[in-house]
Design a protein around this ligand. Structure first.
Ligand code: NAD
Length: 473
């Protein structure tokens, strides 16, 4: 059993059984047995079941968001939005299930040649602790829509809402007379994830997590020839030009690094500001950061909750202390709560640094906490060079009053997602993923069909005999 802790108070919320290696074997057997059954359910019927799951998720969204806030410490507004997005993901892929069509190809010769989309069979999803409910939905919905069965391993620290999702999904599938094993959530730690992705019974691996774990997961999947999609970390730049609406940009930059207490793969953790407005922009930023209300997310008016796990909070606080000790300047820092009832919480002060050395871990590592490193640039070329000075390539923000510049830079930047005069907006209608150490493969939107299915080509002769090079006699 694993005790699942509240990051707000440090108290145990619930004990969750570990799946263990025997449990994993049983889950994989059930998945293999269910795969041919689910694959044969007509696509439109699969879609209908997904839409029904989405309806039940919407009916329970408030309850789920509440549990997610308790387990992750995120603001109710964030967890409610994620709960609604998770339901919308089932609705979207429910509607998509019967639209994953093949093509007819006009080859030369007497042939009818076409392609069909095939499900992989058993899909392994592995997710991190920052957005557990929505990420579980994001793995399960497209996998099922296109005829796969799926196992999702949530993070050890935040399995509760993913388990609730499994309850909703299996409820709908059982009522339809379908077997267990079509969608399973298997709680456990990194060892369970390692065993899952290395098992040759998994035919596609869809991983969301850190860059280092992602590299190991990609290698483990490749060892048994399973394709993998890796949604990894980031160190995303925010570029603020002198012609931008600086107030809006300052709001967007704060939201981009301190939202969800910085626990976002897309955190805009490197800020570059055009030289002529750099001092003015730092002032706008300082006022906002020092005024941030950090505390119990369940209390109205709180803007930043705790970090999800104690070790993560220790790591972030260590990086902040190390950066300051190495000579970087703290230009803004929020206050953390001092109420005795919150003494066990994982509080970290949102902090802005300037003067950070190029090789400082503050700049080279994905912190996954509310830490921003600021510096200035002279012109577009330097802004792009600074933006690219990282191994990651997940997102970038551009703040400018010149639409031409926005599109010019969007074309230059080597990242999976560019936001112009906005940040941290996502939708399942839009493909999402990274390049470089931020991973490969795209989830979301129509790209999910390519991820969750493979293409089979079929040739049929339209004449008697065997056309081609071989002739009898
Ligand atoms: P992590 O990589 O440590 O763990 C992610 C998951 O992998 C967990 O479920 C963990 O138990 C499991 N795991 C650990 N070792 C494994 C192994 N060897 N084989 C298989 N599974 C293993 O990440 P984390 O600390 O839980 O989450 C934070 C990270 O997730 C950050 O780097 C963040 O950027 C990333 N993230 C990426 C995205 C994205 O879409 N790009 C979204 C959210 C979070």
């Amino acid at each position: 059993m694993t005790a699942v802790l509240s990051p707000i108070t440090g108290e145990t919320i619930q004990e969750v059984p570990d799946t263990g290696l025997n449990g994993l074997d049983a889950a994989l057997r059930a998945a293999e047995a269910a795969a041919p059954v689910w694959r044969r359910v007509p696509a439109g019927e699969r879609g209908g079941l997904l839409v029904e799951i989405g309806r039940r998720m919407r009916a329970r969204a408030e309850e789920i968001a509440h549990l997610e806030t308790l387990n992750t410490g995120k603001l109710p507004a964030d967890t409610r939005r994620e709960a609604d997005r998770a339901a919308a993901c089932f609705e979207y892929y429910g509607g998509y299930a019967d639209k994953a069509v093949g093509t007819v190809i006009p080859v030369a010769g007497p042939f009818h040649t076409y392609t069909v989309r095939e499900p992989y069979g058993v899909v392994a999803g592995v997710i991190p602790w920052n957005v557990p409910y929505f990420f579980a939905a994001k793995k399960i919905a497209p996998a099922l829509a296109f005829g796969n069965v799926v196992l999702v391993k949530p993070a050890e620290e935040t399995p509760l809402t993913a388990l609730l999702l499994q309850e909703i999904v299996t409820g709908v599938l059982a009522e339809a007379g379908l077997p267990d094993g079509i969608a399973q959530v298997i709680p456990g730690g990194g060892d369970l994830g390692r065993a899952l992705v290395a098992d040759p019974r998994t035919k596609l691996v869809v991983f969301t997590g850190s860059d280092r774990t992602g590299a190991a997961v990609g290698a483990a999947a490749a060892a048994h020839y399973a394709p993998a999609a890796l949604e990894l970390g980031g160190k995303s730049p925010q570029l603020v030009f002198a012609d931008a609406d600086l107030d809006a940009a300052a709001d967007g930059v704060v939201e981009g690094f301190a939202g969800s207490c910085g626990q976002m793969c897309i955190a805009g953790s490197r800020l570059y500001v055009q030289r002529e407005v750099y001092p003015e922009f730092l002032e706008l930023l300082t006022t906002r950061v020092e005024g941030l209300r950090v505390g119990d997310p369940r209390v109205a008016g709180t803007q930043v909750g705790p970090q999800v796990t104690g070790p993560q909070a220790d790591k972030t606080r260590g990086l902040i202390a190390g950066g300051a000790a190495a000579g970087a300047t703290v230009v803004a820092r929020a206050a953390v709560p001092d109420e005795p009832t919150l003494a066990g919480g994982n509080w970290v002060a949102p902090t802005v640094f300037t003067g950070v050395a190029d090789d400082s871990p503050l700049l080279t590592e994905e912190i996954f906490g509310p830490v921003l490193c600021a510096a200035s640039f002279a012109d577009e070329d330097e802004a792009v060079a600074l933006a690219h000075d990282t191994r990651f390539g997940l997102g970038a923000g551009i703040w400018t009053g010149d639409p031409g510049r926005g599109h010019r830079l969007a074309a230059e930047l080597r990242v999976g997602t560019v936001w112009i005069n906005t940040y941290r907006i996502l939708s399942d209608l839009v493909p999402f993923g990274g390049v470089g150490a931020s991973g490969y493969g795209r989830e979301g939107g129509t790209d999910a069909v390519n991820l969750y299915t493979w293409t089979k080509s079929v040739w049929t002769s339209t004449t008697p005999g065997v056309p081609g090079v071989y002739r009898k006699g």
